[in-house]
Design a protein around this ligand. Structure first.
Ligand code: CA
Ligand code: CA
Ligand code: CA
Length: 410
């Protein structure tokens, strides 16, 4: 905010200088002649005049005008420092209008961090690591829990947080817009996936892979919050397969403290009917409680007695390779999910904003994203190892120079 304020002050004084040296029109177009803006920050231009059609063009290196938009408003956003000469035209038989202006994109005053700067929301589904990763203390509010998540996974911190069973999510952002660079992956999210050490499972890339689905949003209304902005799913390797269900919705209920637990000791479960869920496909079941994690599995800072999550559902990836519940292998999907491959495979934990699709599955081009959301993509229960839950330890923007190093989890 401080940086922005300084930029605005700088811009305001520039506008003042320009305004004093030329005739002031009686009605202003609302677009200045020159703007100073930090790289990877967006600025919305809203002309005061209207007409039949609009043309926003930008001069290319060869001096040609390249059309960048035909909307009435335009959000300027550039990755690289430099001078950008632009023209705005209103095409109208009665009141045509043409205005040349310039953006000077400058380096940020305070160096950007390539790592998470802010957690906007932490809404895990029930799970065996909920209320412990991060730890809930009596009286903690949702904001307190967001702060704890921020302390865990922002900057170079890499303390694992859990999203719980299907649908549980976290929404985070950086101190700038993550740019969508053409033909390149744009950001990386790390989890705690690993392949089994046993030969054939290792080769088949199976072990503990708990794929989380990634969604992205651009702050179109420019208010710095993920509120009315449209979310787009990044279509991973399973997205178009018939085994993947779209529009899945699940509701979990707060566990009843007076309920009689039903144990399955052979699987280490102390209550197999612990947290009930129902879905919109006619399914129902439970998140069981196990003997290794005795705390309450329902997010205790939330007042609601029911939690509903909605999204795309990936097919089950867990196989009981022992045949009697003692050795579960959770296989990875090829690409496009969080907590799906070991962190050392940087490329398989990296994401391209150009994978974004709308609700109908049509590819969408976004110039960059301000908000990233990850949610657990499977509704699966694997005996003694419990519900499948995506974990996150850290994330980074791949287009910002790394000035510090983090030690990734194995
Ligand atoms: Ca890209
Ligand atoms: Ca917004
Ligand atoms: Ca995991």
């Amino acid at each position: 905010m401080k940086i922005l304020k300084q930029i605005w002050t700088l811009m305001a004084s520039m506008v003042l200088i320009t305004a004093c040296t030329q005739d002031i029109p009686t009605v202003s177009l609302g677009i200045d002649d020159i703007y100073y803006l930090e790289r990877m920050k967006s600025y919305k231009l809203t002309p005061a005049f209207t007409g039949q059609e609009y043309r926003w063009t930008m001069k290319t290196a060869s001096g040609k005008d390249s059309l960048v938009s035909t909307e009435s408003t335009y959000i300027f956003l550039q990755k690289d420092e430099g001078t950008y000469d632009m023209t705005f035209e209103i095409i109208d038989p009665v009141t045509p209008y043409k205005h040349d202006f310039r953006f000077i994109v400058i380096h940020e005053e305070i160096e950007y961090s390539p790592y998470i700067a802010h957690i906007y929301e932490y809404r895990p589904a029930p799970g065996q690591f909920i209320n412990t990763m991060p730890e809930y203390k009596a009286g903690d509010t949702e904001a307190d829990m967001c702060k704890k998540v921020e302390e865990s996974i922002s900057g170079t911190n890499n303390i694992m947080i859990s999203l719980g069973a299907y649908g549980g999510y976290v929404t985070f952002g950086f101190d700038h817009t993550v740019m969508n660079v053409k033909g390149e992956k744009d950001f990386m999210v790390l989890g705690n996936a690993f392949y089994s050490d046993i030969g054939s499972y290792k080769e088949k890339k199976g072990g503990s892979c708990e794929p989380g689905i990634v969604m992205v949003a651009f702050d179109k209304n420019q208010n710095g919050k993920p509120d009315k902005d449209e979310w787009y799913e990044l279509a991973g390797s399973e997205y178009y397969k018939p085994s993947t269900k779209k529009g899945y919705r699940i509701t979990y209920s707060r566990p009843d403290p007076d309920k009689k637990p039903i144990a399955d000791i052979s699987n280490g479960l102390t209550d197999v009917t612990y947290i009930p869920w129902t879905d919109n496909k006619g399914g129902e079941g439970y998140v069981s409680k196990n003997m290794f994690h005795e705390q309450n599995y329902y997010p205790l800072w939330l007042e609601e007695d029911e939690l509903t999550f909605e999204g795309t559902l990936l097919p089950p990836n867990g196989v009981d390779e022992s045949g009697f519940g003692t050795y579960w292998v959770l296989y990875s999907y090829p690409w496009g999910y969080v907590d799906n491959h070991p962190n050392k495979d940087a490329d398989l934990n990296s994401f391209d904003i150009d994978w974004a699709v709308d609700k109908e599955g049509n590819p969408v081009h976004l110039p960059g994203v301000d908000f990233i959301r990850v949610y657990t993509g499977l509704n699966q229960y694997c005996g003694r190892i419990g519900e499948t839950s995506t974990e996150i330890t850290n994330a980074r923007d791949l287009h910002i120079q790394d000035k510090s190093t983090i030690i990734p989890n194995p």
